[in-house]
Design a protein around this ligand. Sequence first.
Ligand SMILES: Cc1ncc(COP(=O)(O)O)c(C=O)c1O
Length: 415
Amino acid sequence: MTASEIRALFSVASRPEVVSLAGGMPNLAALPLDALSVEVADLVAREGQVALQYGSAQGVPALREQICEVMRLEGINADPNDVVVTVGSQMALDLVTRIFCDPGDVVLAEGPSYVGALGSFAAYQARVVHVAMDEHGLDPDALRDALRTLAAKGITPKFLYTIPNFHNPAGVTLAVERRTEVLEICARYGVGVVEDNPYGLLGFSGRTYPALRSMDPGVIYLGSFSKTFASGLRVGWALVPPAVRDRLVLAAESATLCPPSFNQMLVSRYLDGHDWRSQIKTFTEAYRDRRDAMLAALETYLPDGCSWTTPDGGFYVWLTVPEGVDTKAMLPRAVTARVAYASGTGFYADGLGSRQLRLSYCYPTPERITEGVRRLAGVLEAELDVMRTFGSPARLTPTPPAVSRGPQSPSPDTA
Ligand SMILES: Cc1ncc(COP(=O)(O)O)c(C=O)c1O
């Protein structure tokens, strides 16, 4: 594992004068904090002896039932016995990789993919083969090609890791008509599917997509309350086939004994006593305003030769800059110009992504987003100017080592 190279920059990037479009921090401003503080006090007063005690390794039973209700919104019919509560879905990702992967095993993942997943795969020395996406998500033809090529070498990947909805970092959603095709291709090659879905309920049109798990009970499904309620509580879950469940519970037990009882009971009370569906609507309306501000600013300010995805939910826009610009080399200059982003190479296991970067619109206000994109456009213009004059912006900066340092461990800043 390696520390995120850009983590050092974040001590600068987190200064108030810098507009950070880098992090994936949910915007919690709309949470009903007064009502929640009453709930916290009541939880301690009435159920403190349980809430402050160790609990079951699989998670609080009442919460596991409520999680099944949440998943029903995406067409999943689940048994609470098959739900394992984890410390965020990041822990579920780590445990699933631990269970399935030996060093050298191959895992398929979209290219680009979530930094935290790539970090877990690297930690267990799994090799990542990326599968291309387009504006409709994972490309089934590319998946078929990748599996055919691997099969010719006698390799069966352990699983396909996919983020079908409002992808991190690509911002795209897997088209509904591709979903069964992806499952069929994986089934034909005997490859499992891990569906990571923290953003599925954050669609701007209010629409939800049928989960892959709703079409195939063999899919391992990961969910989270981080983006729909409170990331700091660190409550996520895995819905797994019974054959995997017992091993997952054992792995969870060895990692943490049990997920925090207090946090689970608070989430359970929140789901029980608050209109969480309206709360999600409030969140998505705020995110939609921010997305609109970002898209409008990109259209207004960015130089020719840039292109970007148009997310219909979630937190992220994936930007491709003109040929010759290296987004990792440009980042210190962007931070000097008081704007931060996540450069593209961190989202690939194989060193690709130098022409891409991820912009998050979840946290700053629309006005700050507009200003941040304006600053970024200025940095890009300067970069292109240097290229026009000298041929390459790299002449002004030491070129980073050509060898990829591999995926980096995630941090809250880059999640
Ligand atoms: C695709 C994806 N999976 C998993 C996670 C981890 O979320 P959690 O807070 O539930 O651990 C994130 C967080 O940003 C994410 O974007």
